[in-house]
Design a protein around this ligand. Structure first.
Ligand code: AVJ
Length: 319
C-alpha cells in the first residue's frame, strides 16, 4: 500500500464552508450566535489540540483510556476488513488506539479544516502502511455521504471526543438518523459521549487556568479579522463558559467588555456592554439518556464502556 492519501472534496464547486455568510447571519441574529464548527481553522484546530492536554480537560485522556482498554472488544464487535469513517478527525490521534486491534481495510477522515486534515491523514498513512487512507474535506453537518468510490461491507462511523455534544439532543437525534441512512444497513457507530457530573469539574474543564480555552474561543474573532477582513477588537471581548444545569450543557460565549461594534462588509454589528455572542453548546448526557436518544434515531445500543469514575462513555451502536 502506498502512503499517499486519497483526497475528496465534499462540496465541489462551492467556495468552501461558508464562514462569511454564517458570520453575517449570526452577528445579525438576536441573540447573536455562531456555530462552533467555525472554531476549527488551522490555528483553532491547533488550539483545540492544546486544550486536550490541559489538566482540567479530562475528556480526552479519559476517552483515550477507555478506547485503549476496550480496543479488543470493540474490534470483536466491528469485525475485520471494515471501512472506518471518522467524523471530525482532527489530528487523527484517537483512531490510532484502535487500528492495530481492529485492522480495518480503509480509513476515511472527514474534517472541516483542510490543511490540518491533510497533514494528519498523511502522518497516519505513513505510520500505518497497510491501511488505505482517505481524507474527505467538508462540513459533515451539511454533507455526510461517503465520497464516490469508497464503499465497505462493514462500515463503522467513529465520532469521538463528545463532539456530538455540540448538537442539542434534538439535533443529535436527527444527525444520528441521518448518519444511519447515509451508511449501508448494519453499519456501526462508535461514539464518545461526555457524562453529566459535578458542576465544578465541568466548569473547570472549560475554564482552564492556562487560558487555552479562552484563546480558542477568542480565536473566532481573530479568524473573522484574518479571513474576512472584519474590523473587530479581540481584546474587547472576554471568554465565558458555565454549566446550564436544566439544559445539561456547558455554554460558551464571547462577552463584550464595552459598548462597541464589529464591522464586516460595510455592515455594522453593535454590541452593548455585557452583550454576548453564543459560540458553543457542549451537551452532557447520562448513559441511559444517550442510549434512549440513539434508540429514537433508529440505532440499537450494543455496548457501552466507561471509566471507573464515570466521567465519560463510549457507545457502540448498530443500525
Ligand atoms: C470538540 C465539541 C467535544 O465541547 O468539549 C473544548 C470543544 N470547546 N473546549 C467540547 C471544546 C471548548 C469540545 N468538543
Amino acid at each position: 500500500m502506498s502512503t499517499a492519501v486519497q483526497f475528496h472534496d465534499q462540496h465541489p464547486g462551492e467556495a468552501g464552508p461558508s464562514f462569511r455568510d454564517e458570520v453575517i447571519q449570526g452577528l445579525g441574529a438576536t441573540p447573536k450566535a455562531l456555530s462552533p464548527k467555525h472554531f476549527y481553522d488551522e490555528r483553532g484546530s491547533r488550539l483545540f489540540e492544546a486544550i486536550c492536554e490541559q489538566p482540567e480537560y479530562y475528556l480526552t485522556r479519559t476517552e483515550e483510556g477507555i478506547l485503549s482498554r476496550a480496543a479488543d472488544e470493540i474490534a470483536a464487535r466491528v469485525g475485520p476488513d471494515s471501512l472506518m469513517v471518522e467524523l471530525g478527525s482532527g489530528a487523527s490521534r484517537k483512531v490510532r488506539l484502535l487500528l492495530e486491534a481492529m485492522r480495518p481495510r480503509r480509513y476515511l477522515g472527514m474534517d472541516i479544516s483542510r490543511d490540518f486534515l491533510l497533514q494528519s491523514t498523511r502522518r497516519l498513512a505513513a505510520d500505518y502502511p497497510w491501511l488505505e487512507v482517505h481524507a474527505a474535506w467538508g462540513d459533515f453537518s451539511r454533507r455526510l455521504e461517503l465520497p464516490p468510490g469508497i464503499e465497505g461491507r462493514r462500515v463503522v462511523a467513529f465520532f469521538p471526543g463528545s463532539s456530538i455534544g455540540n448538537f442539542t439532543p434534538r439535533e443529535a437525534e436527527a444527525f444520528l438518523a441521518r448518519l444511519r441512512r447515509a451508511l449501508p444497513p448494519g453499519s456501526g457507530a462508535l461514539i464518545g459521549v461526555d457524562l453529566v457530573k459535578d458542576q465544578g469539574i465541568l466548569e473547570a474543564a472549560y475554564n482552564d487556568a492556562a487560558g487555552v480555552t479562552a484563546a480558542f474561543n477568542l480565536n473566532l474573532l481573530a479568524r473573522m479579522r484574518r479571513e474576512l477582513g472584519a474590523a473587530v477588537e479581540v481584546d474587547a471581548f472576554r471568554h465565558r463558559a458555565f454549566f446550564n444545569a436544566p439544559a445539561s450543557r456547558i455554554e460558551m460565549y464571547l462577552e463584550s467588555r464595552q459598548r462597541q461594534a464589529i464591522t464586516l462588509d460595510g455592515q455594522r454589528f453593535a454590541f452593548e456592554q455585557g452583550e454576548t455572542l453564543h459560540t458553543e453548546n457542549s451537551c452532557k448526557y447520562s448513559v441511559a439518556g444517550f442510549q434512549a436518544l440513539a434508540a429514537r434515531a433508529g440505532y440499537r445500543s450494543r455496548a457501552v464502556w466507561c471509566d471507573d469514575e464515570a466521567l465519560f462513555s463510549v457507545h457502540y451502536l448498530s443500525s
